[in-house]
Ligand binder design. Structure first.
Ligand SMILES: Cc1cc2nc3c(=O)[nH]c(=O)nc-3n(C[C@H](O)[C@H](O)[C@H](O)COP(=O)(O)O)c2cc1C
Ligand code: SF4
Ligand code: SF4
Length: 291
């Protein structure tokens, strides 16, 4: 009898502790920032916002790699930060956002980084998050260096222009953080209905041309560090005999592998020869207030 009473008391205490922990964990947090970033542009924006809003920014890449769609405890406000790919959200980011549950979120903001044209990415983000019952309070767009070097239309910009884009972004971020803190709406460029309809209709063709599959290959400089494999959000790279091999039907063309390789050993057909590899980290000094 005594043992049963002790057992019940212990169960009750454990349940109370778990209940308290759950509530404390969520009530302590009012904002959650999540991001994907291939070369660090979006990471920089997400982390700077986190610093300004005194919260943390969570990288979605490990969850995407692990196919981890478990619930994320958030708090009242969710901020989703993503690059723009081919005039929209990267497909793998959109797919992930659709499948994962963000608990307790009432309102959401979007933060986009791009090379000058966000297309319908803001509209797509709004549709996905509203579909999850959140009030979408707009998005902000930041022009940063373009990283799509496998595209023949990719324009290589000079160092001064890279620095200018990073500086301008870092100067605008405090104002965006203030607006979010004060619950204001962000006024990113609105896509009109014809633009949305046309872009959606053309998206398969845009992706076919923009993400056309030539072959990634690796040169002799490769030191078998495995970094390219670890940064791939869709697990399209497997190391074999110390060298990366690509599953091109999985590849999402995010450009993380090619830019992050410490030896610039990765090429894509002939398109990337002599093109500058870029990571935000190399130009971090240009940010006004580094995160
Ligand atoms: C496959 C691909 C497609 C892209 N398409 C666009 C685009 O349509 N418009 C644009 O302005 N930038 C485009 N970009 C550039 C990225 O949006 C921009 O460089 C972004 O800041 C990269 O962020 P990240 O380093 O955090 O991934 C594209 C980049 C990639 C890799
Ligand atoms: S990141 Fe570069 S050096 Fe490292 S394994 Fe990949 S290709 Fe080789
Ligand atoms: S293999 Fe494709 S998806 Fe993976 S890191 Fe490289 S470009 Fe990105």
């Amino acid at each position: 009898m005594l043992n049963l009473t002790t057992l019940l008391t212990q169960c009750f205490t454990l349940t109370c502790v778990m209940h308290f922990w759950r509530n404390w964990e969520s009530s302590g947090r009012t904002i959650m920032i999540v991001y994907f970033s291939a070369t660090g542009n979006t990471r920089f924006v997400a982390k700077t916002l986190a610093k300004l809003l005194e919260d943390e920014a969570r990288d979605l890449c490990p969850r995407m790699r692990a196919n981890d769609f478990s619930e994320m405890k958030c708090g009242k406000t969710l901020i989703v930060c993503s690059p723009v790919h081919v005039s929209g959200l990267p497909k793998f980011v959109a797919d992930y956002l659709r499948r994962v549950s963000f608990l307790e979120v009432q309102e959401a903001y979007g933060i986009l980084t791009d090379a000058g044209y966000s297309g319908i990415a803001g509209h797509e983000l709004a549709t996905i998050l509203q579909g999850k019952g959140m009030r979408f309070k707009g998005f902000a767009e930041f022009m940063l260096p373009g990283i799509h070097i496998t595209s023949i239309t990719n324009r290589i910009i000079d160092t001064q222009e890279i620095e200018r884009r990073i500086r301008t972004t870092s100067e605008r971020l405090p104002d965006v953080a203030r607006a979010i803190r004060e619950g204001e709406t962000l006024t990113g460029r609105r896509s009109l209905l014809p633009e949305v309809a046309l872009t959606k209709a053309l998206m398969p063709a845009l992706r076919f041309v923009g993400l056309r599959t030539q072959k990634f290959w690796v040169g002799d400089q490769c030191i078998s560090c495995g970094l390219c494999e670890r940064v791939c959000p869709v697990v399209a790279i497997t190391m074999r005999a110390g060298k990366p091999t690509w599953n091109m039907s999985h590849c999402a063309h995010c450009m993380a592998c090619i830019h992050n390789c410490p030896k610039a050993a990765i090429e894509y057909g002939d398109v990337t020869r002599d093109k500058r590899r870029y990571t935000f980290a190399k130009y971090r000094y240009a940010a006004k207030d580094e995160a």
